[in-house]
Ligand binder design. Structure first.
Ligand code: URA
Length: 241
């Protein structure tokens, strides 16, 4: 007897849901292994890792290189299907200040480097205006692969990618983060507040002072907001002294 209408798609949805759960468990176990935890063996080290879960845990001997190796030729989400490069991040691995953007655009996807297009050129000017250089700061994004057509990243893509950024930040240990734009600020600070409210003062992320400000791409379309960004940068410069 043929199955009633809709059963096939129901089965497909369930299969997808099970696959998603398996992938999630797989990612979590790999992450825990990186933290030095051998699964759920109840050893003192594993219990300690679980207890500190989500707080300021640094993976033993972790470096930016080992995180990049761990990412590999990532296929953890569907952004891998259309990307050219994984844009990991660039700059000083010991930077006091990290700039976090949204995700790679066309130029970044082609080159593998963050913020190298028009918005990137403006970011370089902002960095130089605060008497720093791109080499003295670290520049990265919430997600590492370009969303097709530069659409906003989806929640599941962020969920998959964000732990790698968190690990990068735990290795770099910056004193300051400048969150560029709504998306970076809302993701880091786990809030839905608009960037216009978030900018202009410091917030906290894992003990790091976070200054949200407008995204350089937004400034390219709204030059009158450059003044606000300059105010934010001045607050940051003063605090960095
Ligand atoms: N916009 C971003 O948010 N990040 C980049 O790397 C480039 C443009």
């Amino acid at each position: 007897m043929p199955p009633p209408v809709g059963v096939d798609s129901l089965v497909m949805n369930k299969k997808q849901a099970v696959n998603d759960i398996i992938e999630e468990i797989d990612n979590t176990l790999k992450f825990m292994e990186g933290l030095g935890c051998n699964g759920f063996d109840c050893s003192a080290k594993s219990l300690d890792t679980i207890e500190k879960w989500g707080s300021d845990v640094t993976i033993a001997d972790e470096t930016l290189e080992s995180i990049r190796t761990d990412i590999g030729n990532c296929k953890r989400c569907t952004l891998s299907e259309k990307r050219t490069s994984i844009v990991f991040g660039a700059g000083d691995p010991k930077a006091r200040l990290v700039f976090v953007g949204e995700g790679p655009g066309y130029e970044e996807d082609k080159s593998g480097e963050p913020f190298v297009g028009a918005a990137g050129k403006l970011l370089t000017k902002i960095i130089e205006a605060i008497n720093l250089t791109r080499e003295k700061v670290y520049i990265c994004n919430i997600i590492k692969c370009r969303p097709p057509g530069n659409r906003n990243p989806m929640p599941d893509e962020i969920k998959t990618c964000f732990p790698f950024l968190k690990r990068q930040l735990l290795v770099i240990k910056p004193d300051f983060i400048c969150a560029l734009g709504t998306f970076a600020a809302q993701t880091l600070l786990e809030t839905k507040q608009p960037i216009s409210r978030l900018r202009g003062h410091f917030h906290d992320y894992m003990g790091i002072k976070v200054m949200p400000t407008y995204h350089p791409a937004y400034l390219l379309r709204n030059a009158n907001k450059k003044r606000d960004v300059w105010e934010d940068m001045k607050i940051m410069m003063k605090e960095m002294k």
